[in-house]
Design a protein around this ligand. Structure first.
Ligand code: FPP
Length: 226
C-alpha cells in the first residue's frame, strides 16, 4: 500500500457555490473555511501527517478589493476561532507564502499560533497565504545564491517555504478545473493528482476518504521500474 504522508488541497469553487445559491462570494468563502477543520480531523484519523491548504495565492490580490478584504477578514476570524482547535487536537499550525505583505495584525496572529503549536505532533496543518510557487522558488534561489556557489536540488529544497515538510504525495483540487494554479510546483514532482467536480464548500469527509482509499491502491514508481 502507498505511503501517504502529505496531502495538498486546492479549495476551488467557493464563488460558484455561492452564486448558485444567490449568495455573495464572501459567503462562499466563509462556508469554505468552515469545512477545513472537518477535513483536517479526518486526515488525523487517516494517519496523515501533513495537510496543506491553498488559502490565498499571489494572484488573488488581483480580485476586486471587496473580495480581497473579505478574505483577509475571514483569515483573521478563522485564526481567532481556530486557535483552540490546534491545541485540542495536538495539531501544529504552519504557514507558507510571503506573509510580509499581510497586515501586521494578521502576521502577529499567524506567528502567535505557530509559536503556541510548534511542539504539537498529531499533524502539521499548513495554510498557503500570499503563496505562489514561482515566487517561492525565486525567493529560495535568491537566498541560496548568497550562501552557495553551486546550487543543487537539496539546497533549493532547504530554502523553500516548505523546507520542513515532505514532498506532496497527493494533490486534490475541487471545483472541476484540472490545473495547478502555481501551487507547490516543486513539491508535487511525483504527486498523484486528483480532480473532483465537487465545489469546495460541498466537499465532504466521505469523498475525502474515497480519494485516499483510491490513492493507496495506485502503484507509484518515482521514475524507476518496480
Ligand atoms: C477559490 O474559490 C478559493 C479561494 C480563492 C480562497 C480559498 C479560501 C477559503 C476556502 C476560505 C479561507 C480558508 C481558510 C483556511 C481561512 P473561488 O473563489 O475561485 O471559486 P470559483 O472558482 O467558484 O469562483
Amino acid at each position: 500500500m502507498n505511503k501517504l504522508s502529505h496531502i495538498a488541497i486546492i479549495m476551488d469553487g467557493n464563488g460558484r457555490w455561492a452564486q448558485a445559491k444567490g449568495k455573495t462570494r464572501a459567503t462562499g468563502h466563509k462556508k469554505g473555511a468552515s469545512i477545513v477543520q472537518d477535513i483536517t480531523k479526518q486526515a488525523i484519523k487517516e494517519n496523515i501527517k501533513y495537510i496543506t491548504y491553498y488559502a490565498f495565492s499571489t494572484e488573488n490580490w488581483n480580485r476586486p478589493k471587496k473580495e480581497v478584504d473579505s478574505l483577509m477578514n475571514l483569515f483573521e476570524k478563522y485564526l481567532d476561532k481556530e486557535g483552540s482547535f490546534y491545541i485540542k487536537n495536538n495539531v501544529r499550525f504552519n504557514v507558507i507564502g510571503d506573509i510580509s505583505k499581510l497586515s501586521i495584525k494578521l502576521q502577529d496572529k499567524i506567528s502567535s499560533i505557530m509559536q503556541k503549536t510548534k511542539a504539537n505532533t498529531n499533524l502539521v496543518q499548513t495554510l498557503a497565504v500570499n503563496y505562489g510557487s514561482k515566487d517561492e522558488i525565486i525567493r529560495a534561489v535568491n537566498k541560496a545564491n548568497k550562501e552557495h556557489k553551486i546550487i543543487n536540488e537539496e539546497i533549493i529544497a532547504n530554502y523553500l517555504d516548505t523546507h520542513n515538510l515532505p514532498d506532496v504525495d497527493l494533490l486534490i483540487r475541487t471545483g472541476g478545473y484540472k490545473r495547478i494554479s502555481n501551487y507547490l510546483l516543486w513539491q508535487i514532482a511525483y504527486a498523484e493528482l486528483s480532480f473532483t467536480k465537487t465545489l469546495w464548500p460541498d466537499f465532504s469527509t466521505s469523498e475525502f476518504k474515497k480519494i485516499i482509499k483510491k490513492f493507496k491502491k495506485i502503484k507509484r514508481n518515482f521514475g524507476t521500474l518496480k
